[in-house]
Design a protein around this ligand. Structure first.
Ligand code: CMC
Length: 426
């Protein structure tokens, strides 16, 4: 039965419909409220659904994450990142022929135009790779602006393929620039994760030499990051995209939003934190700092807006971390010991239990990436690479349907109208 919610404004009863979710909480449709002369107030969107979507579902209380209905654990175990990209974009798993064609489409678009590579010349070797990646993604807008037509399904598909294909190349080039080495071109005989590792760690002119354990672990990391419904960066992509801007520019905006330590930048921040703690003997001191309201320090890699039980991505990540650490002979890494003890101590304390603060994906991805030999400033770049299909799928979902420009309102608390005073009278 259709539910309704009533509120009383100055004695007048206003009815608001309740929209039924396929899974999870229903939502009160407040769109008609403006006619009654009021807005809702929800900074940080704690109680607000910003859109409807059919892509990804999270049940934060039960630690469930579904891409197009499929549990993340099953996808991480059985699928490949490109198959997941296809699933997110198209809503269904591909047949073998569809997957082969999709892989061909991606491989074809992986190389960057020679003139475009000069975008990296503007950066120094000390530049943060995320800044190079943001700039290069925004730069792609210039290559695909002439034919810009977001109402054309063909254009939208091409934009999605270009972004998924070019992000490993851009990311690897940002890395090569940061270590002052020549770029390595993509190799169509390699799979997606292998190609990225080859472009990062291979040498120009040398045959690829990739560990299957590492490429499998990396592919899994990409799958785990592929989408996460309306998080800050995806919402940024939708918000920018709602102005009908170039999709490459909208994705660049999302990339910038991802960089922050509260979001995708947390994987880098976790490693910085573990290095700062340095030794198990100092864990208690840092846990106390995290609990102290007067200290801005937070335990990076802990907590999540939606997951209030466990982060299912962290569980998969933890088991994948062990395979990598073993292969790399890093099982005795003192940082791992610090991480494991930190998790144990934090999990036992009321402060974290009461606030439902559990390790999130970034807690273990950082340790795994470090063991793989990925430099710390590249961690958030890998998150960007993984999240690309999610961003472009959400952008596509939005622009392929009727949408409005995102234009939130505010609760104004500033000065009332007042007259300008000349400078000599102030
Ligand atoms: N360490 C210590 N205290 C914390 C932490 C933490 N990591 N996270 C939250 N709290 C406390 C917070 O101070 C607040 O306490 P109180 O109720 O006494 O005021 C309470 O827990 C609720 O926190 P909140 O800040 O209101 O929660 P939020 O939903 O606004 O923020 C978060 C979620 C992920 C930004 C936050 O937990 C955080 O900053 N965590 C560390 C950064 C991190 O690991 N981010 C990666 C998120 S997962 C990757 C992704 O999908 O982006």
């Amino acid at each position: 039965m259709a539910q309704k919610v009533e509120i009383v404004i100055d004695g007048k009863t206003v009815e608001m419909p309740v929209l039924e979710a396929a899974e999870g909480l229903n939502v009160i449709d407040v769109r008609g409220l403006i006619k009654e002369g009021m807005f809702t107030f929800d900074p940080g969107f704690l109680s607000t659904a910003s859109c409807d979507s059919r892509v990804t579902y999270i049940d934060g209380d039960n630690g469930i994450l579904l891409y197009r209905g499929y549990p993340i654990e099953q996808l991480a175990e059985n699928s490949s990142h490109l198959e997941v990209c296809y699933l997110l974009l198209n809503g269904e798993l591909p047949t073998q022929a569809q997957l082969d064609a999709f892989i061909g489409d991606i491989n074809e678009r992986m190389p960057l135009d020679d003139h475009f590579k000069h975008i990296f010349d503007g950066f120094t070797e000390n530049s943060h790779p995320m800044s190079m990646v943001c700039a290069a993604i925004a730069g792609l807008a210039s290559l695909f602006h002439e034919q810009l037509d977001i109402s054309d399904a063909g254009y939208r598909k091409e934009a999605a393929l270009q972004l998924i294909a070019k992000i490993p190349t851009i990311s690897a080039m940002a890395y090569k620039k940061s270590i002052g080495e020549d770029f390595v071109e993509p190799d169509p005989s390699l799979n997606y994760a292998e190609n990225f590792l080859h472009m990062c760690f291979g040498k120009r002119g040398e045959a690829p030499n990739i560990s299957p354990t590492l490429s499998k672990a990396l592919d899994k990391i990409f799958i785990l990051h592929a989408d996460h419904e309306q998080n800050a960066s995806t919402s940024t992509v939708r918000m920018a995209g709602s102005t009908e801007c170039n999709p490459f520019a909208a994705i660049a905006a999302g990339t910038a939003a991802l960089w922050g330590p509260s979001h995708g930048g947390a994987n880098e921040a976790v490693l910085d934190m573990l290095l700062e703690i340095g030794d198990v003997s100092k864990i208690e001191e840092y846990v106390e700092k995290a609990k102290d309201k007067d200290d801005p320090f937070k335990l990076m890699g802990f907590g999540h807006r939606v997951y209030k039980n466990f982060d299912p991505r962290a569980t998969v990540m933890q088991s994948s971390a062990h395979a990598v650490l073993e292969e790399q002979g890093a099982s005795n890494d003192p940082l791992l010991e610090v991480a494991q003890n930190l998790e144990k101590i934090a999990r036992e304390q009321d402060y974290f239990i009461d606030r439902k603060l559990y390790p999130n994906i970034d807690f273990y991805s950082g340790i795994t990436l470090k063991a793989m030999g990925i430099p710390i400033p590249m961690f958030t770049v890998l998150f960007t690479l993984g999240r690309m299909p999610g961003w472009i799928t959400h952008w596509t979902e939005m622009v392929a349907n009727p949408f409005k420009i995102a234009r939130p309102r505010q609760l104004y608390l500033g000065e009332h109208k007042r007259d300008y005073t000349n400078i000599e009278n102030r």
